[in-house]
Design a protein around this ligand. Sequence first.
Ligand code: BGC
Length: 748
Amino acid sequence: MRKFAITIVALALLSQTAGCDSMRTKAADKQMESKIEKLLAKMTLEEKVGQMTQVTLEVVAGQTTEDGWLKLDKKKLHDAIVNHHVGSILNCGGQARSVDNWHQIITQIQELATKQTRLGIPIIYGIDAIHGANYTLGATIFPQHIAMAATGNVDLVRTEGEITALEVRASGIPWNFSPVLGLGRNPIWPRLWETFGEDAYIASVMGAAYVEGQQGSDISQPTKVAACMKHYLGYSVPLSGKDRTPAYIPERQLRQYFLKPFAAAVEAGVETVMANSSEINGIPVHSSRFLLVDLLRGELDFDGFVVSDWADIDNLYKREMVAKDQRQAVKMAVMAGIDMSMVPYDYSFYDHLVDLVNSGEVSMSRIDQAVADILRVKFRLGLIENPYPNKQLKEQFATAASRQVNLQAAREAMTLLKNENNVLPLGKNTNILVTGPTANKLSVLNGGWTIIWQGDNEALYPQEKSTILEAIQDKAGAGRVEYIEAVTFDDELDISGAVTAAGRADVIVACLGEPTYCETPGNIDDLTLSPPQIRLVQELAATGKPIVMVLVEGRPRVIRTIVGHAGAILMAYLPGMEGGQAVADVLFGDANPSGKLPITYPKYSGWYVCYDHKKSEETAPNKYDPQWPFGHGLSYTTFEYNNLQLDKNQLSPDHTLTVTVSISNTGSRRGGEIVQLYLSDIVATVTPPVKSLKRFSKVYLKPGETQTVEFKLGRKDFEFIGRDNKPVVEPGQFKISIGGLTETFELR
Ligand code: BGC
């Protein structure tokens, strides 16, 4: 079975990252290096290869008791850790565990590893805690990263990383396979919602903040974990849109876009990386020494270790067909730079690699380098001194304060796409028909990687959390709210019942979107919203009652044919465990929406062009015609931008350009606004994008309040990847645009 993140001087980020120097404390720690060397000198080949082997928890799992506790199988555990010297175990063995069950599991594993093996090296346990500690029962489960990107609030992302790390570590686990740093530039790809959206700058800043939040400045601190950036590199744009199928990315684009968030995370000190499961330009990444060594270690200066993705060494011979058998696949991957194999079910990798070294086909020095990099992370984590769960952390697990941060994140993610005639916010004395397949489920708010891999077992969700329907009922009073599901994602249930009920209502809240999915099972053939949901809205529209559409979806499903029927449309993304509450807060005006799309929302299923497209993609007969553009998002108040000023109109690339703009809240409610600075290079030797986001800053203004935001730009911002695939800055005219205002300057 499959396994089971006034003047405001806005973040003056002169480099592409939010990283600070203290994060990069990796200057060789001589004492630690000598400990690693001594340990390596004592290790047998088998012990070394064991460190490079990772198996899934199911390999050592025994019975699950009636109250849901997983017990480990002592014999299997012994076989893994003592006989095969396994150095790492992953995931949850099917479903989320309680903190206490995790403590018991991790304690048993570490006792065996430290007391019954010759050298006593602890296991590094890894888990997919990608939106909170989603494999620990009762954890703080945040909005998925696409929604966190929509908040425009970098501090919130950092805090999400901090809370997640604390709750993962409180479960006794020191290593998290997060964040996803691929760019969501192909909306049909089923993992779009795991990304921070289509823009390289947002993904860089938010990814780095998430890494910093998880790791802090010292991962040996009891509330920190080692982060794992993934999936390096180019995984997120399969040409077919289907998960784990080929991507074709020229080196210029790779460097201009896809590499940037990974470079920012390395700069922020990320400890580990997971390889892209698939291939780019015909080369499976698990076999690419260019990507895994030359680029990652040579250019980015990464000094952690590289873990394979799930069974992807095997996939070199089973799926990608670049190796003839398993043995060749193991050799290929290890020689390309994979340090640890997420095997995950057996000891085949271990057996082959021992044999490959014994026969001289893989050198001991390659093994020593991989093992040293793995041991270094174990030392840095403080595992060598103390590999056991810290029981006291349980007191800080899922606190009311963490829940509040989570609610704030979900509220700030909410992106109001349309609001004609102020349909929203709703008055509390409104009679409401709530309908649609995402109205009354917690699973759809959370998406994959929640409690179980696919996130789709509604029965396992914490019943004290509110669905959208329940949260609306809490606000309006159950007597004013009628609920008719009307359609599932695939079938009509009772559209005519909903139409009749609409006659009794003042407003219709149609909760639409996607079922819960994760990875390859989320593949679809058509980005259009499912036909029953389209029909539901079309038939409800005939009643003439105002329709508010709430979109609960991990990717932007095409809704062109029903957009005109809705007075208001709210994009909720996958807003997490407080998502129902957040949606209701926004619908009734208890929270003012302030999210902005971190992706382009397409109008057509066969047409997808990112915001930073080329001029030819918008010049007649082509036109740039998204449903809503990247960066779009409305508020219940109004903002006015004034006084866009540059401190110079001519500068050399090594000068700093200071840009200021003032924003006023001209409406009657407090509101948040993400101020976005776009740069356009007018003429360049490589066709320039029409614009690129270079900075953003979120401000919160009271009615009548004005703030001035300041941004600083420098060489890195004027740079692009030139014809020779190297960064270049070219003189010429540039344009800055913020909030509809533009100014130009000349680079000399
Ligand atoms: C996914 C990774 C994940 C790993 C371990 C793979 O299938 O692609 O993102 O970390 O499984 O669960």
